[in-house]
Structure formats: structure tokens, C-alpha cells
Ligand binder design. Structure first.
Ligand SMILES: O=P(O)(O)OC[C@H]1O[C@](O)(COP(=O)(O)O)[C@@H](O)[C@@H]1O
Ligand SMILES: [Mg+2]
Ligand SMILES: [Mg+2]
Length: 337
């Protein structure tokens, strides 16, 4: 692999130049954030609390550092609008720009001080005359989506209608190097990811689905499963792209969690676009994420994504009637795999 300088457009060969340039700018910022994370705790405390964002989440220092760095890097670019998790309203950048960028500048903020993988998630639409028209639209209108993962290895994964690209940051040169293309999401994994501490708050179909996996070889699925929960969406996504499995963040009955925790515009839609490009599926439990239109910039949605067969199975639990979802798993023989 040949290392390239951050921001080099070679990584984005074959893409329209304005899109390639925008992605190169995101890559350059990602490389700088990765270095800053690696030095976290030496000169600065990146996990220090600094405020609250429009979604009501506490903001950490790195949330704002990343948000400001991405906005600054887009000055003079083809980006007309930026919608960020950290800003209540979308920001106008270049009135003549043709692109609209939705971004979660720093995903997995609760993990900053724990030295666990965190990331940046983004989706790019053709820009419209207003921010609302640019972002409040179905995700299938995205022209690119991707993420940068800041982990033991920093990698950037991008999906366009032409396929999925992967590049890895060479820490010696400071440049991204193209890496072999990922395969489609593997089927047959026994791993699922969900924050099980919310079990008592979940709707009955999600409880039934998880009950049947927890029952393992003694239950209707007749096999054992393994659970993972990193609490960094990018890290769960990266694992699922590499190894398969399924991720669930359902709506639940906690105050303000009726639509789950994850936001449609800059988390769920870009993730869904990428997962579908990698041969997987993404739904809100039943319906395809990419067909849904968010009602506002920070609207939440339940999110289920991963291997197609697993995501489809979650939907089948929503077709069961109440007596079946509330029954003990031994009564759901229907789902024996
Ligand atoms: O703490 P919980 O409820 O398990 O939620 C974890 C989820 O929240 C997130 O951290 C939300 O993203 P932000 O860190 O960008 O707010 C996801 O990365 C993760 O999947
Ligand atoms: Mg996030
Ligand atoms: Mg975030």
C-alpha cells in the first residue's frame, strides 16, 4: 500500500471532483483528530464537560473540537450546508456549493476517556436551496456516506453508489493509504449488539427477540449467541462490516426514548446507506431506514442494522401477536433456525 498525504484526492479517484475534494477535506481533519486523540491526556483533557447540545446530550471537549475542525475545513469547499449533531441549526457555508453535509463530528463521546474506539459519521446529499430541503429527505437520496474510526487503527470507510472504499491512516507518514475492499457483510455470525441494561424498557418484540438469543441452544433458535456492546456506533458498525452480526437500538419507554437514541440525519441514514452498500440491511425494526423522512434535523429513530437475514428476523418478531411475544421462548418454536 502506498501512503498518501491526508487530504490527497487519490484516495477518491473516480468520484466527481467536488465530492472527492469534500471527502479529502474530511479525511485531512480525521487524520488530525486521530493524532490529537492519541495525545489525549498529555496536554489536554478531551473528555472534559463543556455544555449541552440541541439533542440534550452533554458535550465533551472533543465533541466541540471536532465540530469546529470539520466546519473550518469546509470553508471554500463545494459544501453549501452543514448539519451537525453539535449545532441546533444547519450552518450555511458556501452559497454556491452543490453539496450538503450531515455530520456527527464525534460519535461515542462517552468513550473518549476510556481509550475505546470512537469516530466521525457523515452523509452527503445534493444541496437544495434551504437546509430543510437538503436534510429532511429520505436517506436513499444520499450520494455518499461514511465514517472515520479512531481506534487502535484509524480507518476511513466511504460508500457511494459505486461501492465501498476503505483507507487506513499510516501513522508514520500521516497519510491515508487505500486498503483492500471490504467483502459484503458476512452472514451466519452469532453476535448481536444491544444495550441490555434497557431490557425492562424495550417493546415486547425486541424483548422476545433477545430472549430467544439469550436462551441459546436451549431455546427456539437452537444455537448459542454472543453479545457485544461498545457504546460507540462507529465501532459496532465497523465490527459488523468486518465480521457480521446485528445491532439494535430500539425505541423504549424511558422518557424521551420512544424513538430510541440515535439521530436519523447524521447517524442512522449514513449508517444505513453504508450497510446497504455492503450488502446488509437497516430498518427501524420493521421499515427500511433509507425510505424514511426525518421531521427535524435532530429527529431520532430506532435503528436495527447488520446482515440482511438477521435484520429481517427482527422484523418478523414485530408480526407476532402479543400473546406470542409475551410467551416464554419455549412457545415460539416458529423461529427455530
Ligand atoms: O449509552 P447508550 O444508551 O448505550 O448509547 C450508546 C450510543 O450512543 C452514542 O454514543 C450516540 O452518539 P454520540 O456519542 O455521537 O452522541 C452511539 O455511539 C452509541 O451507539
Ligand atoms: Mg453519535
Ligand atoms: Mg456525536
Amino acid at each position: 500500500m502506498t501512503a498518501q498525504q491526508p487530504g490527497s484526492v487519490r484516495m477518491f479517484d473516480g468520484l466527481p471532483s467536488e465530492l472527492g475534494d469534500t471527502l479529502a477535506r474530511l479525511a485531512a481533519v480525521g487524520a488530525r483528530i486521530s493524532r490529537r486523540i492519541a495525545r489525549g491526556g498529555l496536554e489536554e483533557h478531551l473528555a472534559g464537560a463543556v455544555g449541552t447540545n440541541a439533542g440534550g446530550d452533554g458535550q465533551k471537549a472533543l465533541d466541540l473540537i471536532a465540530d469546529e475542525a470539520f466546519h473550518a475545513a469546509l470553508e471554500g469547499s463545494a459544501v453549501r450546508w452543514v448539519a451537525s449533531e453539535e449545532r441546533e441549526e444547519a450552518s450555511p457555508i458556501n452559497p454556491a456549493g452543490s453539496l450538503a453535509l450531515a455530520i456527527d463530528p464525534l460519535d461515542g463521546s462517552s468513550n473518549i476517556e476510556t481509550n475505546v474506539s470512537i469516530g466521525t459519521i457523515f452523509g452527503i446529499y445534493p444541496a437544495e436551496a434551504t437546509a430543510e430541503a437538503s436534510f429532511l429527505r429520505p436517506g436513499h437520496e444520499l450520494i455518499a456516506a461514511g465514517y472515520i474510526i479512531y481506534g487502535p487503527q484509524c480507518a476511513m470507510i466511504i460508500a457511494t453508489p459505486g461501492g465501498v472504499r476503505c483507507a487506513i491512516l499510516d501513522p508514520d507518514s500521516g497519510g491515508f493509504a487505500p486498503a483492500p475492499l471490504l467483502r459484503d457483510i458476512p452472514e451466519g455470525s452469532c453476535e448481536y449488539a444491544i444495550n441490555a441494561s434497557n431490557y425492562r424498557h424495550w417493546p415486547a418484540p425486541i424483548r422476545a427477540y433477545v430472549d430467544d438469543m439469550v436462551a441459546g441452544s436451549d431455546g427456539p433458535r437452537g444455537r448459542n449467541f454472543n453479545m457485544r456492546w461498545i457504546a460507540s456506533l462507529v465501532a459496532e458498525l465497523h465490527r459488523i462490516l468486518i465480521r457480521g452480526g446485528v445491532f439494535l437500538y430500539p425505541g423504549d419507554d424511558r422518557p424521551s426514548y420512544a424513538q430510541g437514541r440515535l439521530r436519523m440525519v447524521y447517524e442512522a441514514a449514513p449508517v444505513a446507506f453504508l450497510v446497504e452498500a455492503a450488502g446488509g440491511a437497516a430498518t427501524d425494526g420493521c421499515e427500511r431506514i433509507l425510505d424514511q423522512v426525518p421531521g427535524s434535523l435532530h429527529a431520532r429513530t430506532p435503528l436495527v442494522f447488520g446482515a440482511r437475514d438477521k435484520v429481517a428476523r427482527v422484523a418478523t418478531y414485530h408480526d407476532l401477536d402479543d400473546t406470542e411475544t409475551s410467551a416464554l421462548f419455549t412457545r415460539r418454536g416458529l423461529f427455530r433456525s
